[in-house]
Design a protein around this ligand. Structure first.
Ligand SMILES: [Zn+2]
Ligand SMILES: [Zn+2]
Length: 375
């Protein structure tokens, strides 16, 4: 077992250890139990006892060193839900509140605030800190650790109260998969005039279909390379299904989509085919980092005024709005719960694309002091 000291921890906190499952250098993606000393709790922070954490593809990319070598043990996990067990005097939440934490844990703090934070688009802040394995830029030192752990400390403005209607386990997946799909639908005004496409019916896509149905999109087209999720796609809100391995279906769909979310990072993406389905003045929005450079001829792009854009998470305001929207419209991720102890097996299943549609790790209620908050 490794042990580490987060920079900036005070004398007082050296006795405190949080324990989780960390990716380690050269570990082939196998997570190992590891403990760290948290930073001292400051006035606008809370300490959360973690009850649930979803597993996202990014956690796997990171722990298998797909994004480059890991240099230190680091705890992944950024779809975090738990219960507030400690609070600083200025924290926005109370002891016992159920809260969730997503992909970011800090941005500009204090009096000097950047343009993006001022505009309420903190996801673009140059001083932001992502939830795991990132040095804090708040002057207090230390490196962020994620949610595959028993506890975490976080600024209270990056923890969001979970609406009563939503269970803790189901809430977890909203904090990455949910917000990643909600924000572009809002930004590009998905609604009754929209023929929406969703490429890839997985962790992100299955929530995107539900948002689109609740937003009243005129047509909701699930686009996949196989028919195996067809029936479920209709249950999730799709009104039409395109199997891209059948070229006839693509031909029939030429210029029929006004807004399309591409949730698929696969190297098998055929960008020419996707673009051919885009209507004039439409947007194809990339939500997953493509594994290979994107190549296409571009004639359809120019002749039909089609835009290819990206979308990165959402702001703090977007997250609050999303949770309210999900509660109001009864939108819930379809999840499979697994014990935290089985995280390696669960990560393997995510890597193999098995979940229908998101795996959420759950802490053993017998080890928790806040069992009432478990779903
Ligand atoms: Zn994620
Ligand atoms: Zn900022």
């Amino acid at each position: 077992m490794f042990s580490s000291q987060a920079g900036g921890a005070s004398e007082e906190d050296k006795s405190i250890k949080f324990t989780g499952w960390a990716a380690v250098p050269g570990g082939n993606g196998i997570l190992q139990k590891w403990s760290y000393h948290p930073r001292p709790l400051v006035a606008d922070e809370i300490e959360i006892e973690i009850t649930h954490c979803g597993i996202c593809g990014s956690d796997i990319h990171f722990s298998t060193e797909g994004w480059g070598p890991i240099t230190r043990p680091a705890i992944p996990g950024h779809e975090i839900v738990g219960v507030v067990v400690k609070r600083g005097e200025d924290a926005a939440h109370q002891i016992g509140d159920r809260v969730g934490v997503g992909c970011l844990v800090s941005c500009c703090r204090g009096s000097s605030v950047c343009d993006w934070c001022r505009k309420g688009e903190d996801q673009f802040c140059a001083n932001k800190t992502v939830t795991f394995n990132a040095p804090y830029k708040d002057g207090r030192g230390g490196i962020s650790e994620g949610g595959f752990a028993d506890r975490m400390r976080v600024y209270s403005d990056y923890a969001f109260k979970i609406p009563e209607e939503i269970s803790s386990a189901e809430a977890a997946s909203f904090f990455c998969a949910g917000i990643t799909t909600y924000t572009p639908l809002k930004r590009y005004k998905a609604g009754p005039n929209t023929r929406l496409g969703v490429i890839g019916i997985g962790g992100l896509g299955h929530i995107a279909l539900q948002w689109a149905a609740a937003m009243g999109c005129r047509e909701i087209v699930a686009i996949s390379g196989r028919d195996n999720k067809k029936e479920e796609a209709f249950k999730l809100g799709a009104t039409k299904f395109i199997n891209t391995s059948d070229k006839e279906q693509i031909k029939e769909a030429v210029k029929s989509i006004d807004l399309c979310l591409c949730t698929n990072a696969s190297r098998n993406n055929n960008w020419e085919e996707y673009l051919s389905m885009m209507a004039p003045l439409s947007q194809l929005v990339l939500l997953a980092l493509p594994e290979e450079p994107i190549t296409f001829v571009g004639s359809h792009l120019v002749s039909q005024d089609v835009a290819i854009v990206g979308s990165h998470l959402g702001s703090k305001g977007d997250i609050e709005e999303m949770l309210e929207f999900a509660a109001k419209h009864g939108i819930r991720p379809w999840i499979e719960k697994r014990p935290f102890e089985d995280c390696n097996e669960a990560c393997k299943d995510v890597h193999a694309g098995k979940p229908r549609y998101r795996i959420v790790l759950e802490m053993d209620p017998s080890t928790s002091v806040s069992t009432s908050a478990l779903s």
